[in-house]
Design a protein around this ligand. Structure first.
Ligand code: PLP
Length: 478
C-alpha cells in the first residue's frame, strides 16, 4: 500500500471534519499523537489497519438493515447483503465454523445474542413452538407468564471475575447474573490454574443450562475438549467467549483442543482485540443454533452497523493471510518474553507466567494496589489497566494486579528485546512508587508518590523504542 495514499486520505478527511467541528478534528489528530507516543499494553486493545479504519467511514453508516441477508425489514439492502455475506463467509473460513453472525455491535452484545438463542433453543415449552411458528397471538397472558417464568429460571455456570472471567459470565451485578441463577468456578488457589475436575464437580452439582468458558484476564490456555466433555456430561450448552484470544485462534496458535470453535455449541467474540479488526462482536455457532442466533436483530440487538460489518470483512480477509499467523505467533512469543522479563527481575505473576497474550502482574509485593500501579505507570507513559487477582483482598475497584497484553505493541513490531525492556521499565516504576496517604493521614489505596525523575527516565527510554517501531509508519498528516 502506498503510504502517500493513506496520508492524503486522512489529511483530507480531517480537513472535511474540521470545516464543521474543528475541535473534533483536533481531538482526532491528538489521539493519533497520543497513541503513537505511549506504550500501549492494554491487553484488550490493538491497532487496526488503515484499510479496516477507512472502511468504517462510509455511507453504509446511513443504511438500516434489520433482519438477515435476503430477509430484511427494510428495502434497498442489496449492498448490505453483499457486505454481510462476505463478512460471514470470511469468518466461517477463518474459524472453520459452520455458521457466523457478524451483526453484534460488541462482545457484550454477542453474548446477549448467545444467551437469547440458547434460551430459545433449549427451554422446552409448548409456548415456544407457537412463538416460533409466529402464532404469538394465540398466547394468552397466562402463557406469557409461564414463558417468562421458565426463561427466567435457567442456570449458568461461568468463570468468576477475579479468576479472570468476564462480567457477562454470570457476575451478580451484570445482567447475566440477574437473568440466570448463576454459580461461578474459579482457579486452583495454589497454582492459579483452571482445575477441570473442580469445574466438573460444580457442574454435576449445579446442572447448568449454560456452561461458559473464556476469559479476560486468565494468562493461560484452556482445553475446550475437556470443557465440552463437562458440558455434555451434565447436558449443558457449551458457550465459549473468545473475545480476548480470537486472534490466537484465527492465527492458528491455539489449535486442536485449544481451539474452541469445534467444541463449543456457540462461540462469541469481539473483533477488535487480538483479532485486530473494527470495534464489534460476532457469534459463531453449530448449525442447530443458527436460526435462533439469526433472530439476534431485532430481538436483542439494534439495527446492524453495516459500515462496521464491511470493516469486519476487511479485517477477516487480512486475518486469512499467512502474515496474520506470523503475527499471532509473535503475540504469544512476546508474552513469554515479557513474563520472563518480570520473573528475572523478581516480580510476581499470577500462575507464574503465561502461555497466551496476557501477563497478570501481582503488584502487592511492591506495597501497591492495582490502582496505584496503574496511575504511576500512566505518569510514565505506560498504558495498562488494573485488574483483580484471584481472591483479591482489594476488591474489583482498587485491585492488586495490573493486566498487560502484547497484541498492540506486537502490531507495532516490538519483539523479544523490546518486551524485555518493557518489563524493566515497569519494574523501575513500581520499585520507585510508594503508596500515599489519605487526607486524614491513613493509608490510601489510590494516592501514590512516584520517585523524582522516574517518569522522565522511563518515558525517554520508551520513546526510543516507540520511534524505532512507529505506529502507522508512513502516515503523515498535513
Ligand atoms: C472484552 C470482552 C467482552 C466485551 O466486549 P465489548 O466489545 O466491550 O462489549 C466480552 N467478553 C470477554 C471475555 C471480553 O474480554
Amino acid at each position: 500500500m502506498d503510504d502517500s495514499l493513506i496520508s492524503s486520505a486522512y489529511s483530507q478527511a480531517l480537513e472535511v471534519i474540521a470545516s464543521v467541528e474543528p475541535r473534533i478534528a483536533a481531538a482526532t489528530r491528538q489521539e493519533l499523537t497520543d497513541q503513537r507516543g505511549s506504550l500501549k499494553l492494554i491487553a484488550s486493545e490493538n491497532y487496526a489497519s488503515p484499510a479496516v479504519l477507512l472502511t468504517m467511514g462510509t455511507w453504509f453508516s446511513d443504511k438500516y438493515a434489520e433482519g438477515t441477508v435476503g430477509h430484511r425489514f427494510y428495502a434497498g439492502c442489496q449492498n448490505v447483503d453483499t457486505v454481510e455475506s462476505l463478512a460471514a463467509e470470511h469468518a466461517r473460513e477463518l474459524f472453520g465454523a459452520p455458521y457466523a453472525y457478524v451483526q453484534p455491535h460488541s462482545g457484550i452484545d454477542a453474548n446477549l445474542v448467545a444467551f437469547w438463542s440458547i434460551l430459545a433453543n433449549r427451554v422446552e415449552t409448548p409456548y415456544l413452538a407457537k412463538m416460533q411458528a409466529k402464532n404469538v397471538n394465540e398466547l394468552t397472558e397466562a402463557d406469557w407468564e409461564t414463558l417468562r417464568h421458565e426463561f427466567g429460571n435457567q442456570r449458568l455456570l461461568g468463570m468468576s471475575l477475579d479468576a479472570g472471567g468476564h462480567l457477562t459470565h454470570g457476575f451478580r451485578p451484570n445482567i447475566s447474573g440477574k437473568m440466570f441463577h448463576q454459580q461461578q468456578y474459579g482457579t486452583d488457589p495454589g497454582t492459579g490454574l483452571l482445575d477441570y475436575d473442580a469445574v466438573a464437580a460444580k457442574a454435576r452439582e449445579f446442572k447448568p443450562l449454560v456452561l461458559v468458558a473464556g476469559y479476560s484476564a486468565y494468562p493461560r490456555r484452556v482445553n475446550f475438549a475437556k470443557m465440552r466433555e463437562i458440558a455434555d456430561e451434565v447436558g449443558a450448552v457449551l458457550m465459549v467467549d473468545m473475545a480476548h484470544f480470537a486472534g490466537l485462534v484465527a492465527g492458528k496458535v491455539f489449535t486442536g483442543e485449544e481451539d474452541p470453535v469445534p467444541f463449543a455449541h456457540i462461540t462469541t467474540t469481539t473483533t477488535h482485540k487480538s483479532l485486530r479488526g473494527p470495534r464489534g462482536g460476532m457469534v459463531l455457532a453449530q448449525e442447530e443454533f443458527a436460526a435462533d442466533v439469526d433472530r439476534g436483530c431485532p430481538m436483542v440487538l439494534g439495527g446492524p452497523l453495516s459500515h462496521v460489518m464491511a470493516a469486519k470483512a476487511v479485517a477477516f480477509a487480512e486475518a486469512r493471510q499467512p502474515s496474520f499467523q506470523t503475527y499471532a505467533q509473535k503475540v504469544a512469543d512476546n508474552a513469554k518474553s515479557l513474563a520472563e522479563g518480570f520473573l528475572t527481575r523478581g516480580a510476581n505473576l499470577v500462575t507464574g507466567g503465561t502461555d497466551n497474550h496476557i501477563v497478570l502482574l501481582d503488584v502487592s509485593s511492591y506495597g501497591l494496589t492495582g490502582r496505584q500501579a496503574e496511575s504511576a505507570l500512566l505518569d510514565a507513559g505506560v498504558v495498562t489497566n488494573r485488574n483483580s487477582v484471584p481472591a483479591d483482598p482489594n476488591g474489583a475497584w482498587y485491585t492488586s494486579g495490573v493486566r498487560l497484553g502484547t497484541p498492540a505493541l506486537t502490531t507495532r513490531g516490538f519483539g523479544h528485546d523490546e518486551f524485555d525492556k518493557v518489563a524493566e521499565l515497569i519494574v523501575d516504576v513500581l520499585e520507585h512508587t510508594e503508596a500515599g496517604t489519605t487526607k486524614a493521614g491513613g493509608p490510601s489505596k489510590a494516592s501514590y508518590v512516584l520517585g523524582d525523575g522516574v517518569a522522565d527516565r522511563v518515558t525517554s527510554q520508551s520513546a526510543e523504542m516507540l520511534d524505532k517501531h512507529p505506529l502507522y509508519p508512513g502516515l503523515v498528516l498535513s
